[in-house]
Design a protein around this ligand. Structure first.
Ligand code: FE2
Length: 186
């Protein structure tokens, strides 16, 4: 009887240890992803003005400008999350975002001003949005598992903004640019 009790105590201690280990690994993963998106958002703050400058359509430049303002707030939110989990806000280079931004620069430079270039900017901006949506979705899920309720709320706000920004870009593309680009190419 005594032996069984000891065994079950050992077993529960072992499983507690495993749970704690998994939580700390998940926390590490969460921190790494947070540093990655912090770099990505800051890089986007520098890249968006160039995209705005290159946009011809007013609707596109308005959509990008309002996303620039949102991105500033999103950077502040990330800093808040860092302070909530008591980790120094540090940016870790995000190779994926660096690639997406450099692709957007290449495509802008290779297209002539006008609807074609606008269509190219939208395509590049939507790839960026989708990367952010994927990252914030994962971060929110990690935070949920780690029971960081307030952090979940903050990340959810940004995730919704990214989704709306993606929809807005789709609307701009549907409204005018794609049709005009097709006409110009014909
Ligand atoms: Fe963002």
């Amino acid at each position: 009887m005594e032996n069984t009790k000891n065994n079950s105590q050992t077993f529960s201690k072992d499983s507690e240890k495993k749970v704690a280990m998994k939580a700390s690994q998940l926390m590490q993963l969460f921190e790494d992803s947070l540093k990655d998106i912090y770099w990505a958002e800051k890089a986007l703050l520098k890249a968006l003005p160039k995209m705005i400058q290159n946009a011809t359509s007013k609707a596109l430049s308005k959509a990008l400008s309002s996303h620039l303002e949102e991105t500033e707030v999103q950077v502040d939110r990330l800093e808040k999350v860092f302070s909530m989990i008591e980790v120094k806000a540090t940016a870790k280079k995000c190779d994926a975002m660096e690639g997406l931004i450099s692709e957007s620069v290449d495509i802008m430079e290779s297209c002539e001003e006008g609807s074609m270039r606008d269509a190219a900017i939208i395509a590049a901006a939507q790839k960026i949005e989708h990367y952010e949506i994927a990252t914030y979705g994962t971060l929110r899920q990690f935070a949920q598992t780690l029971k960081l309720t307030q952090v979940v709320e903050i990340l959810e706000k940004t995730l919704q903004e990214e989704k709306e920004s993606d929809l807005k870009l789709s609307e701009v593309a549907m409204d005018a640019i794609n049709i005009e680009a097709a006409e110009e190419a014909a």
